[in-house]
Design a protein around this ligand. Structure first.
Ligand code: CDP
Length: 226
């Protein structure tokens, strides 16, 4: 069996991409690359600076100058990887509500996407990688041999995100979580550059009634068919 060199997993927020992608990469002995982390790191850098989110020129310049590193986890605190922003560990800070709030507007900027996509492509081209995001199959690695689009209803995704966030001890309610996902979905799928969309050659998996294990099984079946 020849395993696809690049497996692209795209889909809306909280559709299970990161969990499924991480398990799959572990089982295949592949690198797991969650591209959302990079957009989150840029957004955190903007928030930590005095640059307004609306200032596209300055935000883009910042995105071009910061250094983002993603390494294997160094702590046993539930993290799947370490994320460093200019040398500082920001693994948990990139999940803060203020980052959730601003990450989609920041990710819609052309220059920000260009800077991130170039780095992502370099890593993708090395192969043996499971890449997760919004535009992997469409823009970052259109040559990926297997493209999956994970979907789920907005209610189910909000329920999952709520459990995840509450599991970290944060206080949020269902309505807030739902509204935040709706806003992010809208911006991500209507932006001009690299919007979230289902490419013609992607296999759509609706995960509403599937457990993580069942989704992983389905993807493995697809890998065998490639
Ligand atoms: O984990 P969750 O699905 O909530 O989001 P994420 O994958 O961490 O991505 C956060 C945000 O980054 C998304 O809402 C998009 O705005 C942006 N993003 C993107 O534009 N392109 C990607 N390849 C990955 C993420």
């Amino acid at each position: 069996m020849k395993t696809p060199n690049i497996i692209a997993i795209d889909g809306p927020a909280a559709s299970g991409k990161s969990t499924v992608g991480a398990i799959l990469a572990r089982d295949l002995g592949y690198l797991f690359f969650d591209t959302g982390v990079m957009y989150r790191a840029v957004t955190l850098a903007v928030i930590n600076s005095d640059i307004p989110i609306k200032d596209e020129v300055k935000v883009t310049h910042l995105a071009e100058t910061i250094r983002i590193d993603v390494n294997p986890p160094s702590l046993d605190d539930g993290r799947a990887y370490d994320v460093f922003l200019d040398g500082c560990d920001v693994t948990w800070d990139i999940r803060l509500p203020e980052v959730n709030y601003s990450v989609s507007p920041v990710s819609a900027y052309r220059g920000v996407r260009l800077a991130m996509t170039q780095q992502q492509r370099r890593i993708g081209m090395r192969g043996n990688v499971v890449m997760v995001g919004r535009d992997i199959g469409s823009v970052v690695c259109p040559e990926a041999e297997l493209k999956i689009y994970l979907d789920a209803s907005i209610e189910e995704r909000a329920r999952r995100r709520l459990i995840e966030v509450q599991g970290r001890g944060e206080e949020v309610d269902y309505k807030e979580t739902l509204d935040s996902l709706i806003m992010r979905d809208r911006i991500d799928s209507t932006r001009t550059i690299a919007p979230l969309k289902i490419t013609e050659d992607a296999v759509v998996i609706n995960t509403d009634k599937l457990s993580i294990e069942e989704v992983v099984m389905k993807v493995k079946e697809l890998i065998e068919d490639v």
